[in-house]
Design a protein around this ligand. Structure first.
Ligand SMILES: O=C(O)Cc1cc(O)ccc1O
Ligand SMILES: [Fe+2]
Length: 440
């Protein structure tokens, strides 16, 4: 029987955690005692400028067996051929894009989480701390004697197939499809898988994810803070010759060897932490009268830009819910958006496209590229009897919506061979319905 993983609940809270094997490991009343309990080293991990206002200030103090600086020099490695921040590999393409499910490597090719990283699209530059990258991970093997961190951005991980055991410096998180994990800039982690595994990653270079403001919704609703879970301290005291720390730095991978596990944090405290969230806890708000609300009502997390109300990227879901609007075309409307919309499917199907948009696949509707329901969906929804209906049951589609204009990589456009060249056809049968009669 599996033991339930312990977690601390809350979003953006000041947490503290001590591995029960070493009571008293967390210094009391100060961060840097002259000598830390148990001979631990104190190390601060800063997630914001020291001088950031209190509301934005993020840091944690880690009490560890060895400080992170004990490692050999970083050397460039080329183990993830399709991980890139080069947005100029291919000509820009404003077309609607859709991808069939990305292939997971076959069992005879052992690929771990880092080797399995493939960048689909993105914009901006981590050197300027502005932009985002959207990757998929396609793997079948657990990371061994290695840990990964991104020097470029925060990683929001959305598993689609396969459970993940994520060992972090702060403790262990287990996530399954329909849960997400956020590992923030600089946090080291290792991913263990149970078999063929696939998922999506949103990496934001600007800053950190927040819960959206609720405005007139009030104090409760959407993703509630208590449902975000942070792991508890759980250290490994292991000498591991040749342990590799893999760093994604300015879009390239580097490796530094050390002879011990980096997961040696015995106690920690702070508000800069990794966390997970179960999407089934999302409290859905929607129209109970008429018309289709903008999908911003489904925002789980947002990484804001410096422009008020404009996101570098929002993480939006389309959860199971009741649809009750009267005299309304209920599916998504036809639209052109000044934001870029990357969508993925975790489970089941998506209402605006019952066919062709499949779990493990994706779509990208770039800035101002027209899109909306396919002709089959339009026809059905225009003629449906509008009774209350539970929709999206057993499904979970999501969107990474960005104010940046993203470029598709060469892998996304060509190498993956999953891009559906016939996607545009799904709208071509939309008929001209215009008539001389006011009543049609
Ligand atoms: O394009 C999409 O399918 C995503 C989407 C959904 C919705 O309900 C309204 C707008 C929108 O962009
Ligand atoms: Fe859209």
């Amino acid at each position: 029987m599996s033991v339930k993983q312990p977690y601390l609940s809350g979003f953006g809270s000041e947490f503290s955690s001590e591995d029960p094997r070493r009571p008293g490991a967390l210094p009391v009343g100060q961060n840097s005692p002259q000598r830390c309990p148990y001979g631990l080293y104190a190390e601060q991990l800063s997630g914001s400028a020291f001088t950031a206002p209190r509301t934005e200030n993020k840091r944690s103090w880690l009490y560890r067996i060895r400080p992170s600086v004990v490692h050999q020099p970083f050397k460039k490695i080329d183990i993830a051929k399709y991980l890139t921040h080069n947005w100029d590999e291919v000509e820009p393409d404003p077309n609607q894009s859709r991808w069939l499910p990305f292939d997971i490597p076959p069992a005879d090719q052992k690929v771990d989480f880092v080797r399995g990283l493939h960048t689909v699209c993105g914009a901006g530059d981590p050197r300027a701390r502005h932009g985002l990258a959207i990757h998929v991970y396609l793997c079948n093997t657990s990371m061994d004697k290695s840990a990964f961190y991104s020097n470029d951005g925060d990683l929001l991980i959305v598993p689609q197939q396969g459970n993940l055991k994520i060992t972090t410096e702060f403790g262990i998180m287990k996530i399954c499809p329909n849960e997400i994990a956020v590992i923030q800039l600089g946090m080291r982690f290792a991913v263990e898988v149970e078999g063929p595994s696939r998922g999506y990653i949103l990496e934001v270079f600007d800053g950190h994810f927040k819960l959206p403001d609720l405005g007139p919704i009030g104090a409760n609703g959407l993703a509630n803070p208590r449902d975000f879970l942070t792991p508890v301290a759980c250290y490994q005291d292991e000498d591991v010759p040749g342990f590799k720390i893999i760093n994604k730095y300015q879009g390239a991978l580097f490796e530094a060897v050390q002879n011990h596990s980096p997961f040696d944090v015995v106690a920690w405290h702070g508000n800069y932490v990794p966390y997970k969230y179960d999407l089934s806890n999302f409290m859905v708000i929607n129209s109970v009268s008429f018309d289709h609300c903008d999908p911003s009502i489904f925002t789980v997390l947002t990484c804001p830009s410096t422009k008020p109300g404009v996101a570098i990227a929002d993480f939006v879901i389309f959860p199971p819910r009741w649809s009750v609007q009267e005299n309304t075309f209920r599916p998504p409307y036809y639209h052109r958006n000044c934001m870029s919309e990357f969508m993925g499917l975790i489970l089941g199907s998506y209402e605006a496209k019952e066919d062709g948009f499949l779990a493990g696949g994706a779509s990208l509707h770039s800035m101002m590229t027209p899109h909306g329901p396919d002709s089959q969906c339009f026809d059905a929804a225009s003629n449906a009897t509008l009774v209350p209906q539970k929709i999206a049951v057993g499904t979970q589609a999501f969107m990474f919506e960005s104010s940046l204009s993203m470029a598709i990589t060469r892998w996304g456009l060509q190498t993956c061979q999953k891009r559906d060249a016939k996607y545009y056809e799904c709208w071509q049968k939309l008929p001209k319905l215009f008539s001389d009669n006011i009543q049609v």
